[in-house]
Design a protein around this ligand. Structure first.
Ligand code: ZN
Length: 76
């Protein structure tokens, strides 16, 4: 499931999807084990790592750079 949202990083409308388990783990590693990650969505544009909390575009951050490579590899 994806949602179309205006990505503040891309500056255009993009498809967002919920974080997968690896991405959730990475966010928890950065923000703390108790950080709630089940309503976080990420931009699926190539090279864009922006994620935000559902309904709160201001509550956003970027995934670690390693997820750029994973995304590119999965697309081949
Ligand atoms: Zn984006």
């Amino acid at each position: 499931m994806t949602r179309s949202r205006a990505c503040p990083t891309c500056g255009t409308m993009q498809e967002f999807r919920k974080l997968d388990d690896d991405e959730k783990a990475a966010v928890r590693a950065k923000r703390g084990e108790s950080h709630y990650v089940d309503d976080l969505w990420r931009c699926t544009a190539a090279g864009c790592l922006t994620y935000f909390r559902a309904g709160r575009l201001s509550d956003r951050d970027r995934l670690p750079e390693s997820f750029v490579k994973e995304e590119a590899a999965a697309g081949e």
